[in-house]
Design a protein around this ligand. Sequence first.
Ligand SMILES: [Zn+2]
Length: 324
Amino acid sequence: MNRRIKLALPLAFGLSCLLARPVAAQNLNSLFQQFTKPAPQSPSAPSGAPAAAAGLLNLLLPGAAPAANHQGNANSPVELVKLLSQSLDQIDTPKEIEIGRQLAAVLLGSKPLHPDMVLQRYVNRLGRWISLQSLRPDLPWSFGVLDDAGFNAFAAPGGYVFVTKGLIDRVADEAELAGILAHEITHVTEKHHLKALRKTAQAGLLTQALSSQLGSSVGAGLSAQLLSMGKDIYSKGLDQGDEYEADRQGVALAARAGFDPFGLLAVLLQLRTVASDNSAFTLTLSTHPPAQTRMDQLEAAIGRRFDGLAAGPGPVTVAQRLGR
Ligand SMILES: [Zn+2]
């Protein structure tokens, strides 16, 4: 596990498989709307999406099917709250996507998207390529870069993944970014956030939330309760066991996508040496187990299984990939 290997081949062949249409200078606000727009009430009523914004989504997120084909009535706050008190099996994919859309709005409400559209497209293609190798390639995966100097990555149910500009600036190469994205993708595929939301429900907090919702307008787009729970999850973090699982599966997923499987390990090495008073890392460090423990867990799970992949060209930096 101490050997750092480099495989930079995925984008060479992998991303060329994805559509690479040019994107004109577009209104970032439209992208924001695509992440946050309320889901249509039914598959036959997709008119809630502004046409221009939908077009931008198609350009930026090729293959990311707008949720119109998947929506039920899950955007009713009351139904979402009821859903979260049920078993995970009862939350079908359209409802999971809708919950994720609302949680993504929580994230985008606190940090805007970064205006560098070239960077946004790159991270989207990278993330979508990796997600295609995941256990749930059919989700409408969307990846965005938040305009924030901190070192953070977030995911929400249904395929929403965000990294901060500060994280992009600090990764040494593409394999490290791929490892982080694979970790976040695993949180989605394993429904870790849904589990965390259900835990809140089981704690009885949702009973209160539900009664207050029933007493007010139930037609509001964004559930105040979901917003509040989302903030709670993103500030406190997930179960430690879920973090270890995201590390393990993330390493395997990054390898399956053709990246250096030790990219995530290199990130953990960096996190291990971060000074505890470095404010850029405060949230990441407080919401995850200690980096050394994560490394120990990874080593115990993986051993030398990926050492045979120690071949291939040298590392590629994000800046090189962007031609800068
Ligand atoms: Zn995590």
